[in-house]
Design a protein around this ligand. Structure first.
Ligand SMILES: Cc1cc2nc3c(=O)[nH]c(=O)nc-3n(C[C@H](O)[C@H](O)[C@H](O)COP(=O)(O)OP(=O)(O)OC[C@H]3O[C@@H](n4cnc5c(N)ncnc54)[C@H](O)[C@@H]3O)c2cc1C
Ligand code: FES
Length: 511
């Protein structure tokens, strides 16, 4: 996204984190690297933290990243470090019981503390600020539910308060507050973590896409587009698992949402705020040197089903104007995360049959703390150490509460397949105007065609390379997004988001 930054009333199309940090240039996988104790696939907060902790425990580890590290969701997050995840504790206490709900809270408090420790120990300059976190409501009818959430959180030993006064916006009626939470600049933190990690015995490989994994009793083999690597263990930290022996694509839903960085002279916020609900709103301060921003997020929808994304950015800009005073919108961006049926992420052995391949996914919009916790859980599983969180996050747990999501996702995917066969609109790609994109049938093939601002026409197969749904156009981010399981492709067909591993096929067409 950084490369194609454009200026508009919404500012640059880039995240404030990407735009204010250096780019990385680690090499592709070379011939001499044939064996590691652990191969970590994916260079976001989950992959880098896991690799860092395993190196600290004495393992030879490498990170294999398909694009550049910290350019996935971690480079486009809002980076609040908190155990206050909307209104999750009532839900966890009723589905998993109070003990497990307490463990969830403790795990995230530990994730928050670990980030703080790593920053302090390694003197990482990353705009880390301790701050309260708030989950708020604007409608009085929601107050009793919020109060219940507070009571459950408090009973679990979490640092909860219930407040109705002194909140950031006049529209806010009440909030649950957690004290001693934090926010930071995720790329400043992780670029330093990556540079501390990278060494001849623990290298980072970029522009190296993992394509497959095989496991035998004696070890694993990771197949990549630059050769194979053998390892005792493999960690799949690619957000959506590209290697999927346990149907993760059907067990979690991909949601995309949007963010604005509002540049301002004064940030008059007493903490970071989150309004849970279908299409959540969130905001937090970000102060770095002389620059001050309010980071505003919202407008969530299932990936590939957001329709007019420019309109969504417009709605977020309206929300910002209504609630904050600021000089300009400096940056706008989008990102996505995956939501499990029982709202607990999947961290652990990738399937009951696997002993050497681990996964961490389904962070539900809270991967800053949970991606960090995932590092400690997977490290302990590999080192065969005890860890009290293993059972809670076990990806192979069976929970009845996960069924409705699986059924909903199954029905949605079936509907998407069916409509992709019914939709036979014929298109003539050569007639597309500059900036126009269309999906339709051309010479008996379903194609996705786009003519960019310079007039260059690109015609691709519209069939997602993951499992065959038809992609749709994202008019703000200029990408082809799959409405089924979260894969996204650039306007020229390159994979932007897993689970896909192959680009959209080019189709020859007159320009
Ligand atoms: C708008 C938004 C705001 C958010 N705000 C917050 C917040 O305030 N607090 C919070 O806790 N969480 C937040 N989250 C969630 C959090 O950002 C994510 O959960 C977290 O960044 C996920 O990190 P990750 O390392 O698992 O994935 P990623 O950062 O996406 O990293 C995965 C990496 O794997 C690579 N990859 C993919 N396939 C392959 C392959 N086949 N081979 C090699 N590499 C591959 C990708 O290129 C990518 O670099 C937010 C999410 C969104 C969408
Ligand atoms: S992401 Fe699964 S079919 Fe496209």
């Amino acid at each position: 996204m950084g490369k194609n930054s454009r200026t508009s009333p919404l500012g640059k199309q880039d995240s404030v984190w990407m735009a204010t940090t250096r780019k990385t240039d680690f090499p592709v996988l070379g011939q001499k690297h044939k064996f590691f104790d652990v191969v970590v696939v994916g260079g976001g907060i989950t992959g880098i933290t896991t690799a860092f902790l395993l190196k600290r425990a004495g393992k030879s580890v490498c990170i294999v990243e398909a694009r550049r590290i910290i350019t996935g969701t971690t480079g486009f997050t809002t980076a609040k470090l908190t155990s206050l995840h909307g209104q999750i504790y009532k839900h966890l206490a009723s589905v998993f019981g109070k003990e497990k709900a307490k463990l969830y809270g403790q795990a995230n408090e530990e994730g928050l503390a670990l980030v703080g420790e790593l920053i302090a120990k390694n003197k990482i300059d990353c705009d880390f600020v301790k701050s309260p976190a708030f989950t708020f409501c604007e409608d009085e009818v929601e107050i009793p539910e919020l109060e219940k959430e507070y009571k459950v959180a408090k009973s679990l030993g979490l640092p909860a308060k219930f407040i109705t006064k002194g909140l950031a916006l006049p529209a806010i009626k009440a909030a649950v507050e957690f004290e001693n939470q934090a926010f930071f600049h995720p790329r400043k933190y992780l670029l330093k973590m990556a540079s501390l990690f990278n060494s001849p015995n623990t290298p980072i490989f970029e522009k190296t896409r993992a394509l497959d994994i095989s496991e035998s009793p004696s070890g694993c083999l990771v197949k990549t587009d630059h050769g194979n690597i053998a390892a005792d263990y493999v960690v799949v930290a690619t957000q959506a698992p590209f290697y999927d022996p346990a149907f993760y694509y059907a067990r979690q839903a991909p949601e995309r949402s949007y963010v604005l960085a509002l540049e301002t002279k004064n940030v008059d916020l007493n903490g970071m705020y989150y309004q849970s609900g279908e299409s959540y709103n969130s905001f937090r301060p970000h102060i770095t040197g002389k620059k001050k921003y309010i980071i505003v997020g919202g407008q969530a929808h299932k990936v590939g089903q957001g329709e007019d994304i420019l309109k969504r950015f417009g709605s977020l800009a309206l929300y910002s104007k209504k609630n904050f005073s600021f000089d300009r919108i400096s940056y706008h961006w989008g990102a996505q995360d995956f939501y499990t049926g029982d709202r607990v992420p999947f961290i652990g052995k990738i399937s009951p049959k696997h002993k050497r391949v681990f996964v961490a996914t389904g962070f539900g919009g809270w991967g800053m703390t949970t991606g960090t916790v995932a590092g400690t859980i997977i490290r302990d599983l590999i080192l065969k150490r005890k860890n009290k969180y293993i059972e809670l996050y076990d990806p192979n747990r069976v929970k009845a509460q996960a069924l409705p999501l699986m059924i909903k996702e199954g029905v949605d995917t079936t509907k998407r397949y069916a409509t992709s066969f019914l939709n036979h609109k014929k298109i003539v790609p050569s007639k597309l105007k500059k900036g126009q994109a269309e999906v339709g049938v051309y010479k008996k093939r379903k194609v996705a065609a786009f003519r960019d601002k310079s007039g260059k026409l690109v015609v691709l197969s519209a069939t997602c390379t993951h499992l065959g749904c038809t992609v749709s156009w994202n008019n703000a981010e200029k990408s082809w997004d799959c409405p089924c399981h979260g894969s996204r492709f650039s306007a020229t067909g390159e994979v932007l988001n897993a689970p896909a591993i192959s680009k959209l096929e080019a189709v020859k067409a007159a320009s």
